[in-house]
Design a protein around this ligand. Structure first.
Ligand SMILES: Cc1cc2nc3c(=O)[nH]c(=O)nc-3n(C[C@H](O)[C@H](O)[C@H](O)COP(=O)(O)OP(=O)(O)OC[C@H]3O[C@@H](n4cnc5c(N)ncnc54)[C@H](O)[C@@H]3O)c2cc1C
Length: 586
């Protein structure tokens, strides 16, 4: 039965009721908090649901349209790509290769990128290495990652990614190798519990001069795409051009037909798109208000470390925030909706540091202590999840402690940057070599007592730390972790000097690495959509700004997923689809 509206507001009803003696008695105890809320809501200062829903944030208010008479010059192409990161350039190269007429412009001084791990569900490189890997084998990893995101992400985009990963990564390998880069397959992640395990499937690109492709490969990739687009294909690639506004026809209800940018001399330049504008302007981690609105907990955690006051359109391998969210803002101004998942997922790394047993992306798998000297988790996790645990600690400070025997935990220790076949010249270390390498890299002492002093433990915290280590030794000897039930295979006593320790605390060097993964509502064809999920004609986006590709967190369970997924496969498919569209409508 439909509930009738009495026409009396809850507030006036409460006032009326309170006016009678009986009513006053009836409402006195039970309803006083409600009355208090009602009074508070009336104050100008208090936020209420209604005010909250009607409040407009600074970036949601569209600026006045740029006066056409101020346009200094115009360029026209079928496809205009905004942003020269890996995603924009990949789309542009693929579209142009397939015959489309494409212009790329970007705000930075040149192509941008950072890191370099590209996950692939199968590739010719994996085949050559005899590694059998593809969508069929990857179902467990995908399920784990989707569970970690509580199934809130868009599974259709994931299916498109996985099913086309091999084709697009093979294409990317050809493109990169044509520019003199070499392909490396990184080691996978071996989880003793076999939950977060990912076999080797992440690719990076390196040169003999720069073998660390997992850290520095992405800028080389971006430069390679730019060289192909501009030098080989003769494409127009403009830098130092900052997009300001999209032009949506029919009073902001029709097709997106152009984007207006500001050049370095302060002149407006209009880029007309016959078919599509592709936004590939990166994330919004340098935009204070967008961070506060779309990821409040992340904003609270990181506001003191992110550089909101300085825009850097060339942001590379830095930990203080990347892009200011220009593409997302421009999309909102022409009627795009925000992605459905809230909050927007952060990419954060850095668990407790220490020797990387099994893989570089691991949390330190030996004992982890907080600053009170207590363990705080089952240490067997990767560095993405490890970082989330650290954020829960009151002072966000943690320590790893191990002994000389830890070097014998495995015969061969892969150094940071190793490829599975070691062809980039970075070789694994023996137990003896790794032990040597710890001296000088970590805090070291002959006794645990001394080590804890050096790490800064005092008084009760030091006593607790010694007790935690004693308990841990007991768990290792009995093969049962009575506290956190870590897999017994990882329990190893800490008794043989020298002893080593590491410390991490959240600051601008550690536990930040912050990239925001997501943005405008986007369907699996990369069309930007409105609040009814209807595509806005002529408007696309790709790369890290793609909405709803992630939920909750980017947790490194499938590491290199962003470069491999949104920046390679979905961007490649977008280029291919747009070229098809241009042909079909020619
Ligand atoms: C330290 C670090 C390491 C990382 N390592 C990895 C990794 O190994 N693997 C992985 O998958 N992910 C990694 N990431 C995430 C990484 O940032 C993304 O995967 C990826 O580089 C995003 O590419 P993109 O092309 O979407 O955006 P970006 O590379 O940020 O490119 C955006 C482009 O848009 C331009 N632009 C911005 N605003 C405008 C405007 N108004 N007008 C015109 N142009 C504009 C910029 O100049 C830039 O060229 C890492 C992140 C960090 C911080």
């Amino acid at each position: 039965m439909k509930k009738e509206n009495s026409g009396i507001s809850r507030r006036s009803f409460l006032k009326g009721a309170a006016a009678t003696a009986a009513g006053a008695a009836a409402f006195s105890a039970m309803n006083m908090p409600v009355l208090a809320d009602e009074e508070a809501a009336a104050s100008d200062e208090a936020m209420t649901a209604e005010k909250w829903m009607n409040t407009k944030w600074s970036f949601e208010i569209p600026p006045a349209p740029i006066d056409p008479s101020l346009i200094d010059r115009e360029y026209t192409a079928d496809i205009i790509v905004v942003g020269a990161g890996i995603a924009g350039l990949c789309t542009a190269v693929k579209a142009k290769e397939d015959g489309a007429d494409v212009i790329v412009f970007s705000a930075g001084h040149g192509p941008t990128g950072r890191g370099g791990s590209n996950h692939a569900a199968g590739s010719k490189k994996l085949d050559a290495l005899g590694l059998d890997w593809g969508p069929e084998q990857e179902s467990k990893e995908i399920k784990v990652e989707q569970i970690a995101g509580t199934y809130l992400m868009d599974k259709k985009k994931w299916a498109r990614w996985i099913n086309n990963s091999r084709e697009s990564v093979d294409w990317m390998i050809d493109k990169m190798e044509s520019q003199g880069l070499k392909t490396c397959v990184e080691f996978g992640y071996n989880d003793v519990d076999d939950i977060l395990t990912v076999p080797p499937a992440s690719h990076n690109f390196y040169t003999d001069q720069m073998p660390f492709g997992s850290l520095f490969g992405a800028p080389m990739q971006a430069n390679a795409y730019a060289a192909i687009f501009r030098d080989e294909m003769g494409g127009q690639l403009d830098f130092e051009m900052v997009a300001q506004q999209l032009v949506r026809e029919d009073n902001n209800t029709g097709r997106v037909s152009a984007v207006i940018a500001l050049d370095k001399d302060g002149k407006y330049v209009k880029y007309n798109a016959n078919k599509a504008v592709v936004l590939a302007t990166g994330d919004f981690s340098r935009n204070r208000d967008m961070m506060a609105k779309y990821a409040p907990w992340v904003y609270n955690e990181y506001k003191d470390f992110l550089n909101f006051d300085e825009v850097d359109y060339d942001a590379g391998l830095i930990y203080t925030g990347l892009m200011p969210g220009d593409g997302q803002k421009m999309g909102l101004w022409v009627g795009a909706a925000w992605q459905k998942t809230f909050p927007t997922a952060p990419m954060i790394n850095s668990g407790v540091p220490g020797p990387a047993l099994f893989n570089d992306i691991t949390n330190f798998l030996g004992i982890n202590l907080d600053s009170t000297g207590h363990r705080f988790q089952n240490e067997a996790t990767n560095f993405g999840f490890g970082a989330f645990s650290l954020l829960q600690l009151p002072d966000q400070m943690a320590f790893g402690i191990w002994d000389a025997d830890y070097a014998k935990a495995q015969d061969s220790w892969d150094s940071f940057g190793c490829c599975v076949s070691y062809e980039n010249g970075i070789k694994p270390k023996t137990s003896e070599e790794v032990l040597e390498s710890w001296k000088g890299s970590y805090t070291m002492a002959d006794t645990l007592d001394e080590l804890l002093d050096q790490l800064g433990f005092e008084g009760e915290a030091k006593e607790a730390a010694l007790k935690s280590i004693e308990d841990y030794n007991k768990y290792a000897e009995q093969g049962l972790d009575e506290e956190f039930h870590k897999n017994p295979k990882l329990l190893q006593t800490i008794k043989t000097p020298p002893f080593f320790g590491s410390k991490t605390v959240k600051n601008s060097n550690a536990m930040v690495f912050l990239t925001m993964c997501g943005g405008l509502r986007t369907n699996e064809k990369m069309q930007v959509c409105d609040a009814e999920d209807k595509p806005i004609e002529g408007l696309y986006n790709t790369g890290i700004m793609t909405g709803d590709f992630y939920a909750n967190s980017y947790n490194f369970a499938i590491y290199g997923q962003n470069l491999g997924g949104t920046c390679c496969t979905l961007s490649y498919l977008l280029g291919k689809d747009l070229a098809e569209l241009c042909k079909a409508e020619a």
